[in-house]
Design a protein around this ligand. Structure first.
Ligand code: FES
Ligand code: FES
Length: 162
């Protein structure tokens, strides 16, 4: 019989109780609880669409088990900013046209925030490296790289964090 357990996940600063089997990935658990802003792409760690911050580090939620995420702070793109109060990365993506179909954008911004948390003054090469696990089939990447550089600069001025 499938082993299930009730766990509490802290998602975007709110505790949510869910009952999940041991093999449920964090990506599946998030989407099943309505966090469909976390995108499901390859489900094998290749595309970065499912990225979330776990204790301020960007991870692929498709490669993480929900049970292993208990007691940690999980942040999705919805926890970074809102349409009324966007995060500097969201503002830069909007202003520089760094999002087209938008499917990669949540994971791309989360990966960028994880990189900036670790390195607030990234060079262009470090931004490329920081986003190297995230695929985009629309933009050609140039505007994304520009947007991340602009947002990192803005965040240094304002002291904004995730
Ligand atoms: S869906 Fe997780 S890396 Fe592609
Ligand atoms: S904007 Fe379409 S996949 Fe990146």
């Amino acid at each position: 019989m499938e082993k299930t357990k009730e766990i509490t996940l802290n998602i975007n600063r709110r505790d949510e109780k869910i009952t999940v089997p041991s093999h449920r990935t964090l990506l599946e658990a998030l989407r099943e609880t309505g966090h469909v802003e976390v995108k499901c792409g390859c489900e094998k760690g290749d595309c970065g669409a499912c990225a979330v911050l776990v204790d301020d580090v960007a991870i692929d939620s498709c490669l993480t088990l929900a049970w292993a995420s208990e007691g940690k702070e999980i942040t999705t793109i919805s926890g970074l900013g809102t349409p009324d109060n966007p995060h500097p990365l969201q503002t830069a993506f909007r202003d520089l046209g760094a999002s087209q179909c938008g499917f990669c954008t949540p994971g791309m911004i989360i990966a960028a925030q994880g990189m900036i948390n670790d390195n607030p003054v990234p060079t262009d090469d470090e931004i490329r490296m920081g986003l190297s696990g995230n695929l985009c089939r629309c933009t050609g990447y140039a505007k994304i790289l520009d947007a991340v550089a602009q947002a990192a600069s803005e965040m240094r001025k304002t002291g904004a964090r995730s």
